[in-house]
Design a protein around this ligand. Structure first.
Ligand code: PEP
Ligand code: MG
Length: 550
């Protein structure tokens, strides 16, 4: 038995096989070869493998999302077999007497640059496809096959780090736990683990070798340990913990259907955070009162190109209909920083967290924003949708947003398309600037939802992605807690309601404090709803306040 330690970011115990996650981006070295013809043969084989993989992906996509969603894989097959691309690779192998990996990477780079320099937006968009197929062929040359999880049974995913665009592509039913070598406690991988209610460990020095792949292991998200090939004794001990956890869950089940009300009669809404429609089952299973944060950017991250109005409409409508009249708060696109989609072609930035992201992209590229707003408004005819805007810093921004929303509404009116005319509009409070002008902002909107993940990052000047700063990242800092009180008071002064949708909302040690502050809503990972309901039911707010001030 070998034990590796890391930092637990979500509790629980998982028992299963390890699956070493293979990145599509394989580091490519330039190597001299003696037998160029053999190298060209290797390239041919890799190309065949890539085409087969793309065919399999195409067939899977047809079944899951229909013919139009699968077209991209057909296009990629054509690119793999493109004559100019093949000529270029073979020419580099022959003239430079180098390995196929290098020749493919060089060709991919040249073609990508060529596409990026074209005037036509369509062709510029193809640069991302060239990168994709190039990485696929390089990966096939490494014999690694397709990226991601290849097992048929659920596994413990072990990776160096995972970008949101990678996690979005994973088949969630196949994941028992996440273990990463890098990554920070506040990254979206951690958030994903919380949504899925599975144990996760970061900062774990586990070797990402083929030898590790498939080994039996235990991930203990309470103590932050991974046991490889565990002893019988440890295995039995951990199985007991799994059983205990299941019993705890069964007890929480009994709270389903109960109102979220304190012993002295204060009510609070408990909503769920989701990233895509696959999370809806968890929302219903955990008896959420609604959806307090639908991170709509995951639709964009899971796409090869800008999702169309209709594609988005279908998703928002499905969410609204599934929630059957319960509130669904859709946050508009919050892309940028760690959430990157190649086809946006965002400029390279020194400080992406402080860069062109979220609402800033929407206001500078209103055509993208309007497409999304039209889709959300159209879906609002099928349920109770609210719209929420991220990364707000000023009243001016909110006024501009409201103008754009009015324009889109007018367009829908003139097209005779129905939507909820009284749709609620709210903003995320996740910058210190928004906290300072909260009174003025509250006059403009129906609600606030505090994004404590970013509010902590921007208030404490600590990059939430930087693992080495985790010990400084303190969302319990008095500055944050005071801000939370300022936010809720400002909202209530202007008849707006206030909630929290950042990770802090799920912190059970603060539930009583949030109730005492007067928050109207907490939106958390679905699996957190019942434990918070339990705390709410056991709380007496006036007693708590007396205790606190005595
Ligand atoms: C937040 O910043 O707290 C938040 C909820 O948004 P995200 O984590 O998606 O940035
Ligand atoms: Mg945020």
């Amino acid at each position: 038995m070998i034990i590796f330690e890391g930092k637990a970011v979500f509790e629980g115990v998982a028992i299963g096989k390890l699956s070493i996650y293979k990145k599509t981006e394989t580091a490519v070295k330039r190597e001299k070869v003696d037998d160029v013809e053999a190298e060209i043969k290797r390239y041919e084989n890799a190309r065949e493998m890539a085409v087969e993989q793309l065919q399999a992906l195409h067939d899977k996509a047809v079944k899951e999302v229909g013919e139009s969603g699968a077209e991209i894989f057909e296009a990629h097959q054509l690119m793999v077999e493109d004559g100019d691309y093949i000529d270029s690779v073979e020419n580099i192998i022959r003239t430079e007497e180098v390995n196929a990996e290098f020749a493919v990477a060089e060709t991919g780079d040249n073609f990508r640059k060529m596409f990026l320099e074209m005037d036509d937006e369509y062709f510029r968009g193809r640069a991302a496809d060239v990168k994709d197929i190039t990485e696929r062929i390089v990966n096939c040359l490494a014999g690694g096959g397709s990226a991601g999880i290849e097992s048929d049974e659920p596994v413990i995913v072990v990776a160096d780090d995972l970008a949101p665009s990678e996690t979005v592509q994973m088949d969630k039913d196949k994941i028992l736990s996440f273990v990463t070598v890098h990554g920070s406690a506040n990254s979206h991988t951690s958030i994903l683990a919380k949504t899925m209610n599975i144990p996760a460990i970061i900062g774990c020095d586990i070797p990402l070798t083929d030898e590790m792949d498939g080994k039996e292991a235990i991930v203990d998200g309470f103590e932050g340990k991974v046991y490889i090939e565990p002893d019988t004794e440890i295995l039995e001990e951990k199985k007991k913990i799994v059983q205990r956890e299941q019993e705890k869950k069964a007890l929480l089940e009994q709270l389903k259907g109960k109102e979220n009300i304190t012993l002295d009669g204060q009510k609070i809404n408990l909503y769920a955070n989701i990233g895509n429609t696959k999370d809806l089952a968890l929302v219903l299973k955990n008896d959420a009162g609604g959806i307090g944060l639908f991170r709509s950017e995951f639709i964009y991250l899971g796409s090869e190109d800008y999702p169309t109005e209709d594609e988005q409409f279908v998703i928002y409508k499905q969410v609204a209909q599934t929630l059957a009249g319960k509130k669904v708060i859709i946050r508009t696109l919050d892309i940028g920083a760690d959430k990157q989609a190649d086809y946006f072609q965002l400029p390279h930035e020194e400080n992406p967290a402080m860069g062109l992201r979220a609402i800033r992209i929407c206001l500078t590229r209103p055509e993208i924003f309007k497409t999304q707003l039209r889709a959300i408004l159209r879906a609002s005819a099928f349920g109770k949708i609210s719209i929420m805007f991220p990364m707000i810093i000023s009243v001016d921004e909110v006024k501009k947003i409201k103008e754009i929303v009015s324009e889109v509404k007018k367009e829908l009116d003139s097209d005779g398309i129905s939507y909820d005319k009284d749709i609620e509009l709210g903003i995320m409070i996740e910058t210190p600037a928004a906290v300072m002008v909260a009174d003025e902002l509250a006059e403009e909107v129906d609600f606030f939802s505090v994004g404590t993940n970013d509010l902590t990052q921007y208030t404490l000047a600590i990059d939430r992605q930087n693992q080495s700063l985790d010990s400084f990242y303190d969302p319990h800092h008095p500055a944050i807690l005071r801000m939370l009180k300022m936010i809720v008071d400002a909202a209530h002064r202007h008849n707006a309601w206030a909630g929290i949708c950042g990770e802090l909302g799920a912190d059970l040690s603060l539930t009583r404090e949030f109730l005492a502050m007067g928050f109207d809503e907490l939106s958390v990972s679905p699996g957190r709803i019942l434990p918070i309901r339990k705390t709410v039911l056991e709380t007496n707010v006036s007693e708590y306040l007396k205790e606190k001030h005595s």
